[in-house]
Design a protein around this ligand. Structure first.
Ligand SMILES: [Zn+2]
Length: 502
């Protein structure tokens, strides 16, 4: 298996284990079976499979999944129910999300079995929703196959072969989405002594250099300054490895859309700068590049699964460090678009690097070629307080795009919640010395951050901004353990696919 990016596999795990037929029982192999169906069909199946009275008893009141231990190995009967909501604010788990989380959990359990394992997955019924269920199952398998620590020995515990009735190309098509999510998780998991602006740029180059449809342009600190991107340059100038602006351009044959633009915040470590963070808030700050990780994850899965869409990706990469030449509170810096910004707090650095990346993205891609633009960032603590960790706060200038994103959010259970770009709050960023300051009142801090970014958006641009956590402290669904969670990669994958269809 070819490896890159500090131990990350270049291809989906399923690629190496999917088989086109069910193998005859091999010696010393545990045969695990995973049946997926509605409650009625699974109840019937479980009853027929259960041999002892004790097992049948445990199947009888079956509302959700059942595990039966057979002589060959474990058999799961997973119940998937129709997504229904009682009220308008409930978001029912989609077929895709139910399959992803359940199948992922089964794979995690299966790693506890000793010896070689063969896994078979069969979907019963669900003709109309079968593709969503298979999609969820494949993504769930990919997600649960990833582990940062002891990744080699973890791989050895995974099934050595997997069989589903679908063709390998159908399975892999879904698997890339899980792989893209894992890529984002892995980048977040890499610590700041491994992933810094210089190595981040190199890893990105390594990942895409074999792709003829992708062009890579990396601006170093010198070129960033030459382009007048002083906000991005200033934030990163105190670090050993100074700022980078990475531009990835994907132009597949047959794609006709106005290019979709992803912009990500890539602060590889955020000490807070001279307004240094207290220890407990600095502890997780290797994850402050989570927005850029999501942008790369979504971009990479589109490239490697050969999605027929033009996409551009811009990553604002810097380390917010402390040294004699660190930028200071009170400094006045001229942005790429000519606006002056007074630094109120050096810890509000994400919006600074994004501001220049947004200006540069719109300068590079003229209004007539510009499709919707999406900003991804672990931007404010205020947004975590507002919507919690499961949701990304979402801002949008375009109701149509927002509604498409909402549909993708519900379909993948990769949740977003829209908030207002309420102009009067911009008052809190007023400055006596510059056009505006980089931070202000802590009330509505997520909204003022979005309004700050809006200062760098051209009128014609259809733009959306996501403010999210990108990290989980313990297992959730198919995502095992603490670490990066690849938030919004699945949502964007779904949105891209829908964009190709329509
Ligand atoms: Zn910060």
């Amino acid at each position: 298996m070819k490896r890159t990016l500090g131990g990350f596999q270049k291809k989906p795990w399923l690629e190496s284990v999917v088989v086109s037929s069910s193998p005859k029982k091999a010696k010393d192999t545990t045969k695990a079976k995973l049946h997926i169906g509605d409650q009625q069909s699974m109840q019937k199946l479980a009853k027929s499979l259960a041999t002892t009275v004790w097992e049948q008893k445990s199947c009888k009141p079956m509302k959700s999944s059942v595990l039966i231990h057979s002589a060959d190995g474990p058999i799961w009967c997973l119940v998937i129910s129709e997504p229904k909501s009682e009220s308008i604010n409930e978001i029912p788990a989609s077929y895709y999300a139910q399959a992803r989380d359940r199948v992922g959990q089964c794979l995690a359990e299966l790693t506890g079995y000793a010896g070689k394992t063969h896994l078979e997955i069969k979907v019963h019924g669900f003709k109309k929703h079968r593709d969503q269920i298979i999609g969820g199952a494949c993504v769930g398998l990919e997600l649960a196959s990833y582990q940062y620590k002891n990744s080699e020995s973890h791989q050895d515990k995974l099934p050595s072969s997997v069989f589903m009735e679908d063709t390998k190309s159908e399975i892999l098509d879904h698997a890339w989405q899980g792989w893209g999510t894992n890529l984002a998780r892995h980048l977040v998991n890499l610590p700041a002594n491994i992933l810094h602006p210089k190595s981040y740029a190199k890893m990105t180059e390594d990942l895409f250099k074999s792709q003829a449809s992708v062009k890579i342009n990396i601006l170093t600190q010198k070129e960033i300054l030459k382009n007048g991107l002083n906000l991005l340059a200033n934030v990163g100038q105190a670090a050993e490895h100074t700022s980078r602006l990475i531009h990835l351009k994907y132009r597949p044959k047959q794609a006709k859309n106005k290019t979709k633009i992803l912009v990500g915040k890539g602060i590889t470590f955020d000490s807070g700068g001279l307004d240094v963070k207290p220890a407990q808030f600095m502890r997780l700050m290797k994850k402050d590049m989570g927005g850029s990780a999501t942008a790369i994850g979504a971009f990479a899965q589109a490239v490697f699964s050969k999605t027929k869409l033009n996409i551009d990706c811009f990553l604002a990469v810097a380390e917010n460090a402390v040294s004699a030449n660190a930028f200071r509170p009170g400094d006045i810096i001229t942005a790429g678009n000519g606006k002056t910004v007074e630094i109120d707090n050096t810890d509000a650095e994400g919006r600074l690097v994004l501001a220049d990346a947004l200006y540069y993205a719109q300068k590079t891609i003229k209004a007539k070629d510009r499709g919707p633009l999406f900003v991804f960032a672990t931007l404010t603590g205020a947004m975590r307080v507002a919507v919690g960790l499961d949701f990304a706060g979402h801002f949008s200038s375009n109701d149509k795009t927002a509604s498409k994103l909402w549909n993708s959010s519900v379909a993948t259970q990769d949740l977003i919640w829209r908030l207002p770009l309420y102009q009067p709050y911009f008052r809190s960023l007023q400055s006596s010395f510059a056009d505006f300051a980089n931070s202000g009142s802590r009330y509505g801090g997520g909204i003022t951050a979005a309004l700050f970014l809006q200062q760098f958006i051209e009128k014609e641009t259809d733009w959306s901004h996501f403010d999210f956590m990108a990290y989980q402290s313990s297992s959730k669904g198919a995502l095992r353990g603490e670490g990066g969670n690849g938030q919004l990669v699945q949502l964007m994958s779904h949105y891209f696919r829908e964009s190709v269809v329509s």
